[in-house]
Design a protein around this ligand. Sequence first.
Ligand code: T46
Length: 299
Amino acid sequence: MDCRITPHLFDLPKVSDPRGNLSFLESEGHVPFRVRRAYWIYDVPGGMYRDGHAFRTQQEVIIALSGSFDVVLNDGTGEVRHHMARSYYALYVPPMTWRKIDNFSTNAVVLVLSSTEYDPADYIEDFDEYLRLSSLTPSITNSKNCPSAKDTDIKSPAPLPTASVDDCQIINLDKHHHANGNLTVVQNGDPIPFDIQRVYYLYDIPGGESRGGHAHRQLRQLLVAMSGSFDVVLDDGSRQRRVSLNRPYQGLLVVPGMWRELENFSSGSVCLCLASLHYSEADYIRDHDDFLSQIQHKR
Ligand code: T46
């Protein structure tokens, strides 16, 4: 694991699968800080740019979920351009780094994981001011940046809670309109009722594919169609409900104790999941009969 405090690209896990590929990042694991906020930029007209700025304290990790764009860093000695075009690598950007994003392809989607909640006072919008402040800022040691083990990891299976398909809600997320692309943000606890411990996404999905038949014992998730569309079929053991997702500013909150299948993926779709726990196979029930018998046992 690379813990440098300098900006750097790093590889993400890529689980290759004929049903579509999957990559994931864990807070204070692959992401070398505690994730407090995730936001995504989409509907950017091809060729457009987002203005440059630096953050006083915010660290971030930037990923191309779809399409491509360039992240351009400038510490005052010249520009360093990172072309972001693959969903299985990410760019770490430390605080006090001037960065802009440009050269958006059509249908590009940027995912940013941030170490801070939104705070306009953290922005430095003027490049000369940035240069002045960065000359005064002492260099940061890398030790506090290194990942540590999380006590949210599941060690042994928890009992399966009972839930209703009606407990899974559609959450309409804010859409910040901008001529250079729209932006949607989710912070820990707002509007999701959990902290983001893990982010994973499904991509390169052949049109018409299905995946995901299982239930979780404790995991809470927000599923978002970052691109394209798909259906989520929820099953609480008594009733089924089908929810179609097709907007990057709409999420489906899936509660524990719910069997779910993802179906009817459109070509080019990308499914983002913000998850309340690190990955643990102990949290899965992957056999439907086993799920039904555990649910019926409780009713
Ligand atoms: C869900 C649906 C919608 C990891 O190592 N870390 C992770 O964070 C994830 C999500 C997966 N993996 C490994 C475990 C498997 O070896 O990636 C492989 C594929 O995962 P899985 O078979 O669980 O993929 P899906 O599409 O059936 O389910 C996934 C999520 O696991 C699940 O939580 O709700 O997407």
